[in-house]
Design a protein around this ligand. Structure first.
Ligand code: BES
Ligand code: ZN
Length: 463
């Protein structure tokens, strides 16, 4: 039998509101990693995490990289016991469009009778990963020791490519981070009160297309008909990415390496409660859309996709301005599934887009960041301990895949060669990457308890 965690739970009951205040301080730091203007805030945020790790009782330090610093902490006093590595990210997505926030994004606000904490980063990933740290802090404060060994690595570039941690893990060849299992909370539960263990994440190839025409914006009457329009050319290119009827991606060779969804997965996905009407209603859409021949969950979790993230160029202001723009651009992301290779897909995208270039304009394709798709194993005693811990707090978890990406997970699997547990405390309506992002306060507290249970259950495995 695993030790019961009542001693620590009582402490959490007494102190959890203080934990929430600390989380608010964390959320006040605008650690937007993609925009260099925020570099000082990103740094300050790393120092905040460092300080909190030290206060919890971890031996902690910053690891400088060519990009944003990594925050590392450890407590290795449980001799002969397994070691768990907790991963999280302290960076956040940009907050715009700012005018759609009910309160400023970096002034965390409790809404809905104190049930929701609203701020950029609330769920993704400050709130979720802070639950790991508070669990360890509560255990150490209560008992002066932990049932197992722990390591923490918190990165600052997850939302913008994650090169620093990727390089660190590969160069270090997994020495510092050597462990028996990785625990990550940077995703959602299946539904409120229904936890999930994710066994598949998508990969990513992120591209930018730029179409250049004349050396300046031109009068569309004096020059239209004489000069190719980059806006029109870009629209044509974008229209050729996807078949609007079948939802199939038209890039030659795009599907070559796609591993088919297995029969047992189709059955398992189909057995999950999924209310498509409620889904449409919550999102304000009339119809779902995607690749033909697959259900919505199959498409979101296990089929590759291609999406325009933004189109820009020309006149977008009030009223009408009659120009033929000098240039136009688009950002396009492709979510990948095993065994697609981000570099191979980026190359195929570039070749295809260049081949579509209409006459009279110059088309350039740039590749931003990528990340490999991953499937992780969900067997073994450590994973069982995580499943049991989630069940202790909520109910028996379901096994699912996810459409989101956490690029370092594939690298962890490859280099550390241990099970990775993806157990999120978020909810699907948390609005991550959108205005008014929130985190359920009860899930923050529940997440802390689940991690305590996980470590206590693990501690009793090897006695
Ligand atoms: N937390 C998300 C990933 C996620 C979202 C997992 C939803 C499961 C469910 C993560 O912070 C994220 O947004 N990652 C980026 C990575 C990208 C920039 C390479 C993503 O998925 O867009
Ligand atoms: Zn995240």
């Amino acid at each position: 039998m695993s030790r019961d965690s009542q001693d620590v739970f009582s402490r959490i009951d007494r102190e959890q509101e203080g934990y929430l205040e600390e989380l608010k301080d964390y959320l006040r730091i605008p650690s937007i990693s993609t925009d260099p203007a925020y570099d000082p805030d990103v740094r300050r945020c790393a120092e905040f995490v460092l300080e909190k790790m030290r206060q919890a009782g971890l031996d902690a330090r910053l690891i400088q990289t060519e990009g944003k610093p990594l925050v590392y902490g450890e407590w290795l006093g449980a001799e002969g016991k397994p070691t768990i590595l907790f991963y999280g990210h302290y960076d956040v997505q940009p907050a715009d469009p700012l005018e759609e926030w009910r309160n400023p994004p970096f002034e965390p606000t409790l809404e809905n009778d104190g049930k929701h904490l609203v701020a950029r980063g609330a769920t993704d990933d400050k709130g979720q990963s802070y639950a790991h740290l508070k669990a360890v802090a509560a255990l150490l404060a209560e008992r002066g020791e932990l049932p197992v060994n722990v390591k923490f690595i918190v990165e600052g570039e997850e939302e913008s490519g994650g090169e620093a941690i990727e390089t660190f893990v590969r160069t270090d060849d997994g020495e510092l981070l050597a462990c028996d299992g990785v625990f990550i909370s940077d995703s959602s539960m299946y539904s409120p009160g229904q936890p999930s263990l994710i066994y598949g994440l998508k990969g990513m190839a992120y591209m930018e297309v730029r179409v250049d025409g004349p050396n300046r914006d031109l009068h569309s009457g004096s020059f239209g008909g004489g000069v190719a329009n980059p806006g029109n050319a870009l629209a044509y290119i974008v229209s050729q990415l996807l078949d609007p009827e079948t939802g199939k991606i038209k890039i030659p060779g795009f599907y070559d390496a796609v591993r088919p969804i297995e029969d047992w997965e189709r059955k398992e996905f189909a057995s999950l409660p999924f209310d498509e009407e409620a889904y449409k209603k919550e999102l304000g859409i009339e119809e779902v859309f995607g690749e033909e021949g697959y259900s919505t969950l199959e498409r979101v979790w296990a089929r590759p996709t291609c999406d325009v993230n933004g189109i820009f160029g020309g006149y977008g202001g009030e009223g009408a301005k009659t120009i033929l723009p000098a240039w136009a651009g688009a950002k396009v992301s492709m979510r990948l599934v095993p065994d697609q290779d981000p570099e191979d897909i980026a190359r195929k995208f570039a070749e295809y887009v260049e081949s579509l270039a209409p006459k009279g304009v110059k088309v350039t394709v740039k590749s931003h960041h990528g990340g490999a798709p991953v499937l992780v194993s969900t067997d073994g005693p450590i994973v069982e301990a995580a499943l049991g811990a989630l069940e202790d707090v909520w109910q028996k978890p379901v096994r699912v895949r996810e459409g989101g990406s956490i690029p370092i997970v594939a690298t962890f699997s490859e280099v550390l060669k241990v099970p990775t547990m993806l157990a999120g405390f978020g909810l699907s309506d948390d609005r991550l990457h959108s205005p008014n992002e929130k985190f359920d306060v009860d899930n923050f507290y529940g997440g802390i308890r689940a991690v305590v249970r996980f470590l206590d259950r693990l501690g009793s495995i090897h006695q």
